[in-house]
Design a protein around this ligand. Sequence first.
Ligand code: ZN
Length: 138
Amino acid sequence: MSDKNKDRTFLIGLSKGEDLIKEITNEVQKRNIEKGIIQAIGAVSQAKIGYYDQKNKEYLYTEFKQHLEIVNCMGNISILEGEPMVHAHIALADKSGKTYGGHLAEGTKIFAAELFIQEISGQKLIRRYEKDRGLTLW
Ligand code: ZN
């Protein structure tokens, strides 16, 4: 059995053209990281971010067909349906410095991204669907 008290950290350069949330999830899953936090900076060639409509319990998405800076992307790693799952939010800036932000969705394409992963040992965090809020939560 591996030493679960020794938390690992990683700095990883992600590939151009790949989907940001899919790549982060891939890097997490291939290292078997079940709990932790992630951060990333870099730039994207297009983006899709979500806003959760709390009344109607659904995500509303906005797509950006433009080049944007990743001012900050941060998130966490926990377990959903037996698999490590990354939940991340992102702040993106345009040429003038105006920022947009929200829930990081598939459809955000990497131009360049530097990913930091911090593993956290101990008991797993399990996501379960909560009907009242319409989300999978801890
Ligand atoms: Zn979110």
